[in-house]
Design a protein around this ligand. Structure first.
Ligand code: S3P
Length: 434
């Protein structure tokens, strides 16, 4: 039995919300702390299923970890050469980030590993990582079509590479850089469209000599990592749902505390502002080397836009939320250059288009985007396809629909946003389990 939600007309959203820790940063913090010499403390760790799966994998690879309180991990690093073979397959759950980064790291170990994932992850393309890793000398077998499980043959000598990404993907960049840490010589990654740079920033914080600038990263193999403490900022991608919800629900005003505002993540903020959203940044500071600020969002009438293609990589996880903002705007919104959305936790272009159609809207889909024609939303049933972000997006749509919206298969919201429904109902959402 899958778990469903019923969303209906709620109250204006009010209050101050503490959004959980950043998923991308939490994955990397555990990985790099595990590889470091010495003990690192991670504060603000995301207690989501994806990041807990990554932590559990490192325990199975011989890394000791303590959880003195929720959202805190103390990681006793084993050094770059200290991981031990696990006794069986390593389960990445729903997490593409976990599987792709681990592919780069485990390809460089002296032992074999097998990486498996859930039903959604088992359908996601892995050639984008196994391709460049093979060029470095790695041996990784996939299922037909380049799909997981990944059977990684350890003990292969790796050579540095100068690689230009074929798709804008921080996961691929990170996998190559992690393998590069173990490779002979220098590894360079070039990106036609810069992507999130947490791997580069965090490796530097762990003492690695790495050069990077938007679209470029270079490191030498054979370096060690020095333990350091990491403060994980609140996840902008989780905050995004509340930015859209408060923008479209009349009478709303929310403060989202200390949200991570890495420029490679905040494309939605720019897109919403182009649409007329009223979002201000207060109490700006730095948190573990990352810019953070409170985001204060008030209801404002939105208008449709052509989403600038240059923003797409900086808001790649935010399109489900953007589609709902577009549905409540006063003119069509056009999305182009976003074919990557078809290979996320679900085909997000199809899932959002079909769901909004089921609530009465016209959506014209293209291979790499869609035009959303706004209008009144009525009640109906939508399928989240087990995709956390599709489920959360439709929970917002339900707040402004004229009838109840039933959202199917929502359990995976816990992969990135534990207690989303509790936080949302506390702020004014009408959202209950079916
Ligand atoms: C992530 C990179 C992005 C993003 C994902 C997290 C990361 O994926 O969609 O949610 O932490 O590196 P791609 O690398 O596939 O673009």
């Amino acid at each position: 039995m899958t778990q469903d939600w019923i969303a209906s007309t709620g109250q204006p959203l009010r209050g101050t919300l503490h959004i959980p820790g950043d998923k991308s940063v939490s994955h990397r913090a555990v990985m790099f702390a595990a590889l470091a010499d010495g003990t690192s403390t991670i504060d603000g760790f995301l207690e989501g299923e994806d990041t807990r799966a990554t932590a559990a994998i490192f325990s199975r690879l011989g890394v000791q970890m303590e959880t003195p309180s929720p959202s805190r991990r103390i990681v006793h690093g084993v050094g770059v050469d200290g991981l031990k073979a696990a006794d069986g397959a390593l389960d990445c759950g729903n997490a593409g980030t976990g599987m792709r980064l681990l592919a780069g790291l485990l390809a460089a170990q002296p032992f074999d590993s097998v990486l498996v994932g859930d039903e959604s992850l088992s359908k996601r393309p892995m050639r984008r990582v196994t391709g460049p890793l093979s060029s470095m000398g790695a041996r990784i077998d996939t299922e037909e079509g380049g799909l997981p499980p990944l059977r990684i043959h350890g003990g292969q000598p790796l050579a540095g590479i100068d690689y230009t990404l074929e798709v804008a993907s921080a996961q691929v960049k990170s996998a190559v850089l992690l393998a590069g840490l173990y490779a002979d010589g220098e590894t360079v990654v070039r990106e036609p469209h810069p992507t999130r740079d947490y791997t580069e920033r965090m490796l530097k914080a762990f003492g690695v000599d790495i050069d990077f600038s938007p679209g470029f990263a270079r490191l030498r193999g054979g370096q060690r990592l020095k333990a350091t403490d990491i403060a994980v900022p609140a996840d902008f991608s989780s905050a995004a749902f509340f930015l859209v919800a408060a923008s479209i629900i009349p009478g709303s005003e929310l403060r989202l505390r200390a949200v991570g505002l890495n420029p490679r993540r905040t494309g939605l903020l720019q897109a919403l502002r182009l649409m007329g959203a009223d979002i201000s940044e207060e109490n700006a500071s730095e948190h573990g080397g990352e810019p953070v600020a409170d985001l204060v969002v008030r209801h404002a009438p939105l208008h449709g836009i052509e989403v600038p293609e240059a923003l797409v990589p900086d808001m790649i996880d935010e399109f489900p939320a953007l589609f709902v903002a577009a549905a409540a705007a006063d003119g069509p919104t056009v999305v182009r250059g976003a074919a990557e959305l078809r290979v996320k936790e679900s085909d997000r272009l199809a899932a959002m288009a079909n769901g909004l159609r089921a609530l009465g809207l016209r959506i014209d889909e293209t291979p790499d985007g869609a035009t959303i024609f706004p209008g009144p939303l009525h009640g109906g049933t939508v399928d989240s396809h087990g995709d956390h972000r599709i489920a959360m997006a439709f929970s917002i749509a339900g707040q402004v629909a004229t009838g109840e919206v039933r959202i199917g298969d929502v359990a995976n919201v816990a992969t990135s946003f534990p207690n989303y429904d509790g936080l949302a109902t506390g702020a004014g959402f009408a959202l209950r389990k079916a």
